[in-house]
Design a protein around this ligand. Structure first.
Ligand SMILES: O=C(O)CCC(=O)C(=O)O
Ligand SMILES: [Fe+2]
Length: 300
């Protein structure tokens, strides 16, 4: 059976891009060490261990899903979602069409024995653009456990990212399996047909973490501001705060009170809020436009 092409963790961004352009998917093998994945697993287990099975064929009747991963696992945010090798690929894929990209979706997916194959689909089907077209999002799947042909390794149809909107997979479509050891990461374009695999084992769970990225001016699939509200986001590393969206896109998109939204995580928030009942101090270092000069609230 065909497997998704994979690279060593030391492979270059160029090598990854070359395979992505041809197949629409590529794996970095063993990108993080076991101890990192052990920590992620430990932090997510309290949630995954209690998650319900899904409803319907798409979500999977023997599949458990847990989202808001940035709020649930610090290691996930700091080691997986911001892994430099993955961000280097996203730079190449997404930065040509936006000033900065953002975290689009997070979801742990645990496929239990007996789960059938998920229907193959395009993750960018949520976005009303035609295919083929510019890539507006790219998802990744981190292997929190080993992924094997038998336990439900993600299925990918290589080359299907180039198909138009009238072409659909059928029984004769070429299928490749994302076989990879724990700690690896599958990168798959938003436009490539793929789906969760069938778990024919009797005793193995396949656990992965979907981590998607999208153009910074697009609506995120998972609402990161509700999944990771300011009270939680305040405790995150700054690059993680920025990645999930507590950052302006270019100079105008995503502001709050005319300021970079990161300000809601900072102590000076009360000062820059023109509507604050205490008034506020004029902030010289603000790099963005202001909707008001701060100071005495206007009485008019
Ligand atoms: O679990 C997998 O391998 C893939 C899941 C997936 O593609 C999805 O839920 O959108
Ligand atoms: Fe998917």
């Amino acid at each position: 059976m065909e497997e998704v092409r994979s690279l060593e963790r030391t492979a270059s961004t160029d090598e990854a891009m070359a395979i992505l352009e041809e197949d629409g998917a590529v794996i970095f093998r063993s990108l993080v060490d076991d101890d990192v994945m052990d920590r992620v697993n430990e932090e997510l287990e309290p949630y995954l261990g209690r998650a319900y099975f899904g409803e319907g064929d798409f979500w999977g009747r023997k599949t458990r899903r847990v989202s808001s991963l940035i709020a649930k696992s610090k290691t996930y945010g700091e080691e997986l979602a911001t892994a430099p090798q993955i961000l280097a690929v996203m730079d190449r894929l997404l930065l040509p069409r936006c000033e900065r990209y953002q975290l689009h979706v997070t979801q742990a997916v645990r496929i239990a024995p007996g789960q059938g194959r998920q229907i193959v689909h395009r993750d960018d089907g949520l976005i009303p653009f035609r295919h083929p077209g510019p890539q507006c999002l790219c998802n990744t799947m981190w292997a929190l456990s080993d992924f094997t042909i038998d336990n439900g390794a993600t299925n990918v149809i290589p080359g299907s990212h180039l198909w138009d909107d009238d072409t659909y997979p059928d029984d004769n479509s070429r299928l490749a399996y994302a076989v990879m050891p724990k700690g690896s990461c599958l990168i798959y374009l938003g436009s490539v047909f793929h789906g969760g695999g069938k778990n024919v084992t009797t005793d193995q769970h396949r656990t992965g973490a979907i981590t998607g990225y999208s153009l910074g001016w697009l609506r995120q699939e998972e609402n990161q501001y509700l999944a990771v509200p300011p009270a939680v986001a305040r405790g995150l590393r700054e690059d993680v705060q920025h990645l999930i969206g507590y950052h302006l896109h270019d100079i105008f998109l995503g502001w709050v009170e005319g300021q970079d939204p990161h300000v809601v995580l900072e102590d000076r928030f009360a000062d820059v809020m023109p509507a604050s009942p205490e008034g506020g101090e004029y902030v010289e270092d603000s790099s963005v436009f202001k909707t008001a000069v701060l100071g005495e609230p206007s009485r008019h």
